[in-house]
Unconditional design. Structure first.
Length: 249
């Protein structure tokens, strides 16, 4: 009788616990899948999945409702925007400083009555000081005339700035062909004029030669028509470009 009762008891063991256990395993598996996937998606998708999954699990607040460990981006304070604002401010400050340098050079031009020989222009590339070629050189020559060396000396003092800036000296000619024992083209002539004038500037030991460079454009960057003597005179020139620090560095 005892064995029969025991056998009947074993046949009626309650296995209803298997159903919630299986559901729990399924939910845990889904949780791990979501966590793995959310580690590889963006912040917005992570928050959407967290809210949906947490609501399904508990019907309200859950562990996924806590702040995400993923760093949230703030477009108002992002690094690129800060850098852009900083660069814009630096450009504005540099523009003001170049305007002050321009005013100083213009004052020298007026004091020396050189309005017809020197001029300044503030461009996107920097402050451009233009010296008409006839002021410095004889026709076909790349040597600065002795009587005009003083101009180079005065300009060199105006180029002593704090902070220092990159200086580009460029030579330009008209389109009249040249061929002599020293130069076979206007291109060569323009280069040597720029180099020789730059050498005079660098006699000022307060200037750093590492910040200076020379270029020659020959007849290929005219500022006036070569069809008239006046236009050719304007094209024969030496230019000094004072670059802003935002681009020089």
């Amino acid at each position: 009788m005892s064995k029969k009762k025991k056998s009947q008891h074993d046949d009626h063991i309650n296995e209803s616990w298997l159903i919630p256990y299986a559901d729990l395993l399924t939910l845990l598996l889904a949780l791990f899948i979501v966590l793995f996937a959310s580690s590889q998606i963006d912040q917005k998708k992570f928050q959407e999945i967290a809210r949906s999954f947490s609501s399904a699990l508990s019907g309200g607040a859950g562990v996924l409702d806590f702040p995400s460990p993923v760093e949230q981006d703030n477009p108002q304070t992002s690094l690129p925007d800060k850098e852009k604002l900083t660069k814009n401010q630096q450009a504005k400050n540099e523009q003001k400083e170049l305007q002050q340098i321009q005013a100083k050079i213009n004052q020298y031009i007026e004091q020396q009555h050189l309005q017809g020989e020197l001029k300044t222009t503030l461009t996107e590339e920097g402050l451009l000081v233009t010296i008409l070629n006839d002021v410095l050189f004889d026709s076909g020559s790349a040597e600065v005339r002795p009587q005009d060396r003083q101009i180079a000396s005065e300009i060199s003092r105006l180029l002593v700035m704090n902070p220092p800036r990159n200086i580009i000296v460029s030579g330009h000619t008209d389109n009249v062909p040249i061929r002599n024992s020293n130069f076979s083209s206007n291109w060569e002539l323009s280069v040597m004029r720029a180099v020789n004038f730059m050498k005079l500037l660098l006699e000022n030991k307060q200037l750093d030669p590492r910040l200076f460079s020379a270029k020659g454009y020959g007849e290929f960057k005219p500022v006036a028509s070569n069809g008239t003597p006046e236009g050719r005179m304007k094209n024969r020139r030496v230019e000094i470009l004072i670059a802003p620090n935002t681009t020089a560095n």
